[in-house]
Design a binder for this molecule. Structure first.
Ligand code: GUN
Length: 295
């Protein structure tokens, strides 16, 4: 058997087409959604991601403001900027790209963002809303994108055993909370595995749906996957590849070529979860703007 490929690129395109129409409608009513992204320092991967997010926002008709600050920016300067963005009526969504330089306390910065503008869903208020099952929460973009991918590819997690490998605040933990919700895309039986899990293979093999978000290539091999399982690979890892002009290629956390032989469906890297994260950022920004309009 060779797995169906779940194309995040195609599903994200469909979602972005839907959002374009919604943004055009809002703009007709004079309510253009606005997104501010904040990048501190020179991390090349972060620079690339933030650039992609802003381009996607502009393409959707969202007013996008990209703020790039030097590595020397102080925590107080960053907090003052967030305060300004919180009060700016043209901005409905604020995203501070992580990781921040080590001198700056991530938690303090995330706490400063107005929870209603927190399109990343990282503010403790939104984490709490997600944990308590608030249907209107702004949920973190990557796990929200994975739920959309599952639903739109006919792999509804309801009643299934989903094993999430990874316990980060950005993916693993919110993924588990979304899957547990009494709501469409939820109602799963969820196990969270991580770096200290004994016999990861044995745990992973019990999954009907396996979500892998650890950031380490080759984490999941063929023997760790139950035949017919759906495999979602969140990893984005650079591995050396002298055959490529740039000297590396991007791979996920899953051994794609061997796992596709046992899975029923699998996401590729690139072209899987990545494009969904961006589509969901736009969706959260539009949702934040709609709610502000109602408020
Ligand atoms: N760094 C890696 N992923 C993310 C994300 O989804 N949002 C932000 N703000 N930073 C990140």
């Amino acid at each position: 058997m060779s797995a169906t490929i779940i194309s995040g690129t195609e599903i994200a395109r469909a979602i972005r087409d839907e959002l374009n129409a919604q943004v055009a409608q809002l703009a007709e009513d004079g309510r253009v959604p606005g997104l501010a992204t904040v990048l501190v320092g020179e991390n090349p991967a972060s620079r690339l991601y933030v650039g992609m997010k802003n381009r996607a926002a502009a393409e959707a008709g969202i007013h996008s403001r990209q703020i790039t600050l030097p590595d020397t920016t102080t925590e107080d300067e960053l907090l003052a900027l967030i305060d300004e963005l919180n009060r700016d009526p043209a901005i409905h969504g604020i995203l501070v790209q992580l990781p921040l330089p080590r001198r700056i306390d991530d938690a303090k910065v995330l706490l400063a963002i107005d929870p209603d503008k927190d399109v990343d869903g990282f503010h403790p208020v939104n984490v709490g809303r997600l944990a308590t099952g608030d249907p209107d929460v702004l949920a973190p973009c990557t796990p929200r994108g994975i739920i959309e991918m599952l639903l739109r590819s006919g792999a509804d997690p309801s009643g299934k055993h989903v094993v999430v490998v990874g316990r980060s605040n950005i993916v693993g933990k919110p993924m588990a909370l979304l899957l547990l919700r009494k709501a469409p895309g939820g109602n799963a039986t969820v196990t969270v595995a991580h770096s200290r899990t004994a016999d990861l293979g044995a745990v992973a093999r019990t999954a009907d749906i396996l979500v892998v978000a650890v950031g380490w290539p080759g984490t999941i091999t063929r023997e760790m996957v139950k035949p017919g399982a759906v495999v979602i690979d969140v990893g984005t890892n650079r591995v050396d590849d002298p055959t490529r002009e740039r000297g590396y290629r991007v791979v996920g956390d899953v051994e794609f070529d061997e796992v596709r032989e046992v899975a029923s469906a699998i996401t590729p890297v690139p072209g899987g979860v990545g494009p969904m994260t961006i589509a969901m950022l736009l969706a959260n920004t539009v949702e934040a703007a709609v709610r502000r309009g109602r408020g």
